[in-house]
Design a protein around this ligand. Structure first.
Ligand SMILES: [Zn+2]
Ligand SMILES: [Zn+2]
Length: 340
């Protein structure tokens, strides 16, 4: 239970009763991501107290409505956006966002493990049954744990489809950037992934994430020269900004072609050095991008050997969640093993 920045405690809580639209899940494995780190540090404000944890796989042990009993015993992931549809609100009474197919932007949503809904750093978790996705037998827990971040990576290209031969630059080769670069490669794009740490670049290599370059060896001019060499001097078709820094957006602007698209995956406040005049003159499109399609992520994990599980470097038991979150600042991917 997170009571405030860096104030985390292991507590025994009463088991909440289930509403008819809810299911209880025994948590298996949970990934730690940048959002958990931001919640823990206070950089991402939330309503405390909160049980964090949103990248999980587990087994359904109870359902609120007997008509959902086929879910009991199934291994699942769950979409973390809890919406009008999740609560089985009749269509006519859903919020406008949900009625116009902006369900991930539900005006009454809460978000499991992030905002006003208890998350997965716990023995059990309650989620809307309508949000569940059955994990195929062929997908191990250590792969299924990546369903949520992989869905977020896929979302970039749901919003901005890329085709064979298009030049996609991914800025930032952290947990999300690595997955984004790997997905772009699988869509046939020419991918250039740029990161700070040699260690992270080595992790990306395992995912076949395209050409990898370290910013240590590249100044901004050298980076632009690499892009020019691949685009006859025009610039990248798409630049995905996943650096987690305020400077990422101006770096992206220096690389994108006229009428190109910058996909924004960093949530860290005001950009510095972004040239609005140039954005107008170059007719650049900026696309914010957040959560993605779970079903497609699971499909990819089932049919593609993409070795996401090799990104996990350390695993901790539930009582050591604080340490797991802290270690996620040092190593690539950390997991919390709640049950097996
Ligand atoms: Zn996450
Ligand atoms: Zn809604």
């Amino acid at each position: 239970m997170l009571h405030g920045p860096r104030a985390i405690a292991l507590e025994r809580r009463p088991r909440p009763a289930l509403a008819p639209w809810q299911a209880r899940i025994r948590v298996g494995l949970v990934g730690v991501c940048g959002t958990d780190r931001a919640l823990y540090s206070g950089a991402l404000p939330t309503a405390y107290p909160l049980v964090p944890g949103h990248e999980f796989v587990g087994v359904v042990i109870e359902v609120g409505d007997p008509r959902d009993r086929e879910w009991i015993g199934r291994r699942v992931c769950a979409d973390i956006n809890n919406t009008c549809r999740s609560r089985r609100v009749p269509v006519a009474r859903r919020c406008r966002a949900c009625r116009v197919e902006l369900e991930h932007h539900c005006q009454r949503r809460d978000v499991t493990g992030i905002h006003e809904a208890a998350g997965a750093f716990a023995e059990e978790l309650v989620a809307p049954t309508a949000n569940l996705f059955a994990v195929p037998d062929a997908v191990s827990d250590s792969r299924a744990m990546f369903c949520e971040p992989l869905a977020a990576a896929l979302q970039a290209f749901e919003q901005v489809p890329v085709g064979r031969g298009e030049l996609v630059v991914v800025l930032g080769t952290g947990r999300l950037g690595a997955l984004i670069a790997a997905v772009a490669r699988r869509r046939g794009a020419d991918v250039l992934a740029v990161g700070r740490s040699a260690h992270k670049l080595a992790r990306c290599r395992a995912l076949d994430a395209g050409e990898l370059r370290s910013v240590d060896e590249l100044d901004p001019a050298a980076l632009r020269a690499l892009v020019d060499a691949r685009s006859e001097g025009l610039g990248a078709d798409v630049v995905v900004e996943a650096t987690g820094t305020a400077e990422g957006l101006s770096s992206a602007q220096a690389l994108v072609r006229p009428r190109g698209t910058i996909v924004l995956k960093t949530t860290c406040g005001l950009p510095s050095g972004f040239d609005l005049t140039r954005a107008v003159v170059d007719e650049v499109t900026l696309v914010g991008s957040r959560c993605g399609p779970f079903a497609r992520a699971l499909e990819l994990l089932e049919r593609d050997p993409l070795p996401v599980e090799t990104l996990i470097e350390e695993t901790y038991p539930l009582p050591e969640t604080a340490r797991a979150i802290e270690r996620a600042g040092e190593v690539f991917k950390v997991a919390v093993q709640v049950s097996t």
